[in-house]
Ligand binder design. Structure first.
Ligand code: ADP
Ligand code: MG
Length: 300
């Protein structure tokens, strides 16, 4: 309780220092390989091109590959900050595409083991980044507690699916998990790899209808991205398509989505900030620690 009170005080103090706070957006999916990393990277760059300041956090613990898409090799990650070997500002990479990258990788496993003093130090460090407009978080796929803790900590969650029935079913699965534990969370959907505008709309509408009907949760349609051979091509070249092929079909779609996010961010003011994000992350990692038996669905 004491720790929680301390954290709360710290968060409030940090909050008072600056009025503007970062909006945190977790990009996730039920099924793997549907384009989370491609979307997270290109969307971050598009937001930056639109005048926003953006940090991209690689939180996919299994397949951290933002660095691969960008063709960079980060030397340090959050682990080094948590261990006190590096300052946060030393691990934040400014990349030529105009965004900042934080390699998360092994660092997150350590979050639960920090003592209160280390936590405060960490949260203070993170609050330094709080002048940014957005932090985009590229998470892993699926309904593991690890993925969900990032989703719950973020202001908003963007679920990526493709038109494949298996991807749609798994998207529904993750929305169901979010709805069960955080019914107030703002959930948006992007349909990736569509063949036509009508396919994009149809798939999004299906997910929105099922979520509304069976989970009583509102899912918003954020848009679609065309199937586009320039996406895998740019992965091979390790240069994001939004930069190397700005006039490709996929880039056009990302532009539209970025404009939507930028415009809505103006409407809804700001996010709850990074201190709050990491504080929530600590809490859910703690919860995970206490209850480390994986629960079977339909057990209770
Ligand atoms: N719109 C698209 N058109 C064509 N290929 C795509 C598209 N989006 C993603 N891909 C391809 O799908 C593969 C998986 O994408 P990735 O972003 O790594 O998915 P995830 O992060 O969800 O595992 C990559 O090889 C990528 O090139
Ligand atoms: Mg990925």
């Amino acid at each position: 309780m004491d720790q929680a009170a301390n954290l709360r005080r710290l968060v409030l103090e940090e909050g008072d220092k600056k009025l503007k706070k970062t909006k945190t957006i977790a990009v996730t999916s039920g099924k793997g390989g549907v384009g989370k990393t491609s979307v997270a990277v290109s969307l971050s760059i598009a937001l930056a091109q639109g005048g926003s300041s953006v940090t991209l956090l690689d939180a996919d613990l299994g397949l951290a590959n933002i660095n691969v898409i960008l063709g960079i090799i980060p030397k340090y990650n959050l682990y080094h900050v948590i261990k006190g070997k590096k300052k946060l500002k030393d691990i934040v990479l400014d990349v030529p595409e105009g965004i900042k990258i934080i390699a998360g990788a092994s660092g997150f496993h350590q979050l639960a083991n920090l003592d209160p003093k280390q936590r405060s130090t960490f949260i203070e460090a993170v609050a330094e980044l709080d002048s940014d407009d957005f932090m985009i978080i590229d998470t892993g796929a699926g309904v593991s507690q690890n993925v969900l803790s990032f989703v719950f900590a973020a202001d908003e969650v963007v679920v990526i699916t493709t038109p494949e029935p298996t991807a749609i079913t798994d998207a529904y699965g993750i929305i169901k998990s979010i709805a069960a534990q955080a019914p107030e969370k703002v959930i948006k959907i992007i349909v990736n790899r569509v063949q036509s505008v009508s396919e994009g709309k149809r798939v999004a509408q299906r997910v929105i209808n099922i979520a509304g009907q069976f989970l009583n949760i509102k899912v918003e349609n954020l848009g679609f991205i065309f199937e586009d051979m320039y996406v895998p091509k740019s992965v091979r070249n390790q240069k994001p398509f939004i930069v190397s092929y700005p006039r490709s079909k996929a880039s056009g779609c990302i532009q539209i989505i970025a404009d939507r996010i930028n415009n809505r961010a103006i409407d809804t003011a700001r996010g709850s900030g990074l201190a709050s994000f990491f504080k929530n992350l600590f809490v859910s990692h703690e919860a995970e620690d206490v209850d480390d038996e994986p629960e079977e669905e339909g057990d209770s």
